[in-house]
Design a binder for this molecule. Sequence first.
Ligand SMILES: Nc1ncnc2c1ncn2[C@@H]1O[C@H](COP(=O)(O)OP(=O)(O)OP(=O)(O)O)[C@@H](O)[C@H]1O
Length: 544
Amino acid sequence: MAAGGVDVSRSSVAAAKKDYDFYRNGSRDLYVRQSGGRDAERRHVKRPNDHYAGRNDGRHRSRLAYEKGQVQEEPEVQRPLEKKRKFSPILWNKAPSFEKKTKSPFPVPTANLISNQGVDVAAAGKTKDQVSVVMSPEPGYVSPVQPLEARLSEKYPVDDLEEGQLEEEQVMQEPVRESFLEEDQVMQEPPMKSRWGSPKEEFVSHADNISRTSRWNRSSLTPECGEVMVSEEHHSSGSGSGYHSVEKLSADDYSDRECCSSDHVEVENEDRASLDQGGMNMLLGSRSVNNFQKLNKINEGTYGIVYRARDEKTKEIVALKKIKMKEDRFEEEYGFPLTSLREINILLSCNHPSIVNVKEVVVGGKNDNDVYMVMEHLEHDLRGVMDRKKEPFSTSEVKCLMMQLLEGLSYLHTNWIIHRDLKPSNLLMNNSGELKICDFGMARQYGSPIKPYTQMVITQWYRPPELLLGAKEYSTAVDMWSVGCIMAELLSQKPLFPGKSELDQLQKIFAVLGTPNESIWPGFSSFPNAKAKFPSQPYNMLLF
Ligand SMILES: Nc1ncnc2c1ncn2[C@@H]1O[C@H](COP(=O)(O)OP(=O)(O)OP(=O)(O)O)[C@@H](O)[C@H]1O
C-alpha cells in the first residue's frame, strides 16, 4: 500500500481493471537486458502466464485474434497501437456541400465531437441535419468513419464474439479503417444518446435563458481542428526578440507553474461564424444541480471549483466541477468559457478507463446560472499522492501508473486530441491505484497537416523545449514530453525540470539533455526564442 492510502500495487489495479498482465507487461513478451551494458543483447522471455483465460475486454480479444491466426503476429514486434483506430466517439461527419467523391491523402479530422452516446436529436428539438452538419471539412475530403456496427456485424457475427469485445479486434483487422470510404457510409451514425442531459428531465430556467441567446447557437462546440490561433499581445515568442523575450515570460514561484490560459488567445481566430450558426442547445434537458448534495470542496483550479457531492437519487459519490464563468473574453461574447466548452465536449465524447468519465452536465446553483460537470469521483490526484509520499514509487508502481497514463493518452491521440496540460495534478487516482487523465481545458483536436496553434500551453515544468522556444506547429509529441517529465518525477520524487522562468526552464532542459544546435536539431535556429544565449552543454547528461 502506497503512502496516502493509495494502493498502486499491480494486483490492486489488476483487480480493479481485471487486466493484470497487460498493465504489467504491456504485451505478452518481455525483453530483458542481459548484463553487460546498454548494447547487450536482449533476451526474449516467455511469461509463465502467456496463456489466456477468456477475458471480457476488447484488448484481450485482440490477442485472441492473434492466436486464432486471424492476425499474423510478428515475433518480438508489438503491433503499432496508433494504427488501431477504435470505434471513435468522435463522429467524422459528412461535408454537406461537397458532392464530389474524392479521396484525401490524409485522414484529416474535420469533425466535431459528439457524445459517444450520441446526440439525442429529438430531445434537442432539432433536426438530424442540424446536429450532424456541424463542421467544415476541407474541400474534397471524405471522412474515414465507418458505419461500424453494420459492417462489422456482417463480417463478424456477434455470436462469435464475447460481449463487449466488438470494436478493437475488428478495427485492427480493418486496414481500410485508415482508408477512404464512400460518403453515404459516413453519414450513418451509431444510435447514440447525448450525455449533455436527459430529455426526460425538466428543462431548467437557466438553460432556457441560454437557449434564447445566440451565444449558444453555435453549430460545433469543439473548435474545428487546424484552426489558426495567433497570439499577438499575450506572449513574446512571435517577436523573435531572443533572450529578453524569453525572460519576460518568467514565472518565479510555484504557482507560476501554471501557464496562462490560451483561451483568450485562441479564440481570436475561432471560426466565429460557426458559433453563430444553428445547432443543438447543449443544456436542453440538463438536470438541476439540486439533485446533488454538496459534501465538501475538493480543489479549486483556474477554470473551476471541484466539489465532492452525492447524487440524491443514486446515492453515488461524484465530483462536481463548477465552471467559472468570468474568466475570459470568450464568455463576454458567448456566455461561456471556451476552455470549459472544449473540456465538456471532449470529455463527454471520450470513453476510456484512463480518462475521467463525465456523466452529465447539470445547471442551477444560487442564481440558476451555474454549469457543473458531473464526473466520477476519484480520491486523489497524483500531485497530492507524490507530495504525501515520503519515498519514490517503486519501479513496478511507476510502470503500472505509466501504462495507464499511456493507454489513456494513446486513446486521445488516436482520436486526434492533444491534451496540452499533462501534469501530476491533472492525473487522478483512486484507492485502487487506477489513474485517470482529467482537466481537458487546454485540450483540442488537431489535424493533418499540422496548423499553427498557440505555444502558451502546458504548465511550464512539463512543457517541451519547442514550445518554450516558440514553436506554433506542434502535435502529440508535446504530450509525450510531459509524460516523460511525469515519469521521471514518479521515479525520483522530484520534478525533472523545475524551471523558475521560461528561460530557466530551457536552460535546465539543455543542461541535462545537451544544448541543441542546428546540426543536432535541424530548424532549431529558426525558432523565435532560439536567439537566446544558452550555456553550452555538448552532450546528454541524462542517466538511466
Ligand atoms: N473527478 C474528480 N475527482 C476528484 N477530484 C477531482 C476530479 N476532477 C478534478 N479534481 C480535483 O480538482 C483539481 C482541479 O481540477 P481541474 O484540473 O479539472 O480544474 P481546473 O480549474 O481546470 O484546474 P487547472 O487550474 O489545473 O487548469 C484537480 O487537480 C483534482 O485535485
